[in-house]
Design a protein around this ligand. Structure first.
Ligand code: ADP
Length: 276
């Protein structure tokens, strides 16, 4: 009898402990599985530009005979080496940024922010890219909030990312940024394009690390890591907001970010720097 009640008590304790566990076994399994998967995707993504760098460097070395030296060909090879090296650097930087978030080390610096000022900076960064692609940038910010409390640098990163994607995946037309105050302490910012659009099945996955609707051809590799939107989504979450997507193939896409007018700092960080 004594043993029975002892076992019953321990079982009750176990039940309580299970309730306190943040993750179920299944969720843990899924997490482990997805990090292993991410690691192998990353290894593959790193391998592609590296293989190209090695290949073109070797070719260039072999071409160092008088006949072909300094031909436009060798210049093209060096350009490819540089392009692929940039891609490698971007991949490494993006992976570091993502892992910083996963490790809870992505910092927020909250401060009163002039939204129009941030948008202005974003347009200055993006304008050359739009101009070289022959696309028009449009701004609708009449109903934008004057001042919000947020992390201006993260906000800028989010917008630059969304707008450069919009330009990258649009052949003709324009890219519009629309900003407005919503009700109950929220505001929104939407980036729309008239580009290739994203099919319905892929829409659910675009915020996952390394997801790409189509594998880019080797020459379009630069700037493409499949990590941009994963980082954007995590930053939006850190700012206590939400991101959504509506898109139609061949018509265009709209990414909408809804943010609080005042992102709250955590209790432990009264100096308005939030460590998550
Ligand atoms: P990438 O570096 O490949 O652009 P992202 O995470 O930024 O990575 O985007 C993931 C995928 O979502 C892209 O590969 C692309 O297929 C698709 N995508 C993102 N933005 C757009 C857009 N504005 N229009 C069409 N497709 C897009």
């Amino acid at each position: 009898q004594c043993f029975k009640s002892y076992v019953a008590e321990r079982l009750q304790e176990l039940d309580k402990l299970r309730g306190q566990l943040l993750l179920t076994n299944q969720e843990l399994d899924r997490l482990v599985h997805s990090s292993q998967e991410n690691l192998s995707v990353l290894a593959h993504e790193l391998k592609t530009p590296l293989t190209s760098i090695i290949g073109y460097s070797e070719l260039f070395l072999r071409q160092q005979q008088p006949v072909v030296r300094d031909t436009p060909h060798s210049l093209e090879h060096i350009e490819r080496v540089v392009r692929n090296s940039r891609q490698l650097l971007r991949l490494i930087n993006d992976t570091l940024e993502l892992s910083r978030y996963e490790a809870g080390q992505m910092l927020l610096r909250l401060e009163p922010t002039n939204v129009r000022g941030v948008i202005q900076t974003v347009f200055e960064v993006i304008q050359p890219l739009a101009a070289s692609s022959g696309l028009q940038l449009l701004l609708d910010a009449e109903r934008a909030p004057d001042r919000v409390v947020t992390d201006p640098l993260r906000l800028q990163q989010i917008l630059v990312n969304l707008m450069s994607n919009a330009i990258r995946y649009t052949e003709v037309g324009d890219v519009t940024l629309q900003c407005r105050v919503l009700s109950d302490g929220w505001w929104s910012i939407a980036v729309s394009d008239t580009g290739i659009g994203i099919d319905e099945a892929s829409q659910a996955h675009v915020f996952e690390p390394f997801f790409q609707v189509l594998s880019p051809e080797p020459d379009r590799l630069t700037n493409s890591t499949g990590l941009g939107l994963a980082i954007v989504a995590r930053m939006v979450k850190l700012l206590q907001g939400e991101i959504s997507l509506t898109s139609e193939v061949g018509v265009g896409s709209t990414f909408t970010v809804v943010l609080p007018l005042e992102t709250q700092s955590s209790d432990e960080q009264p100096n308005s720097t939030v460590v998550m």
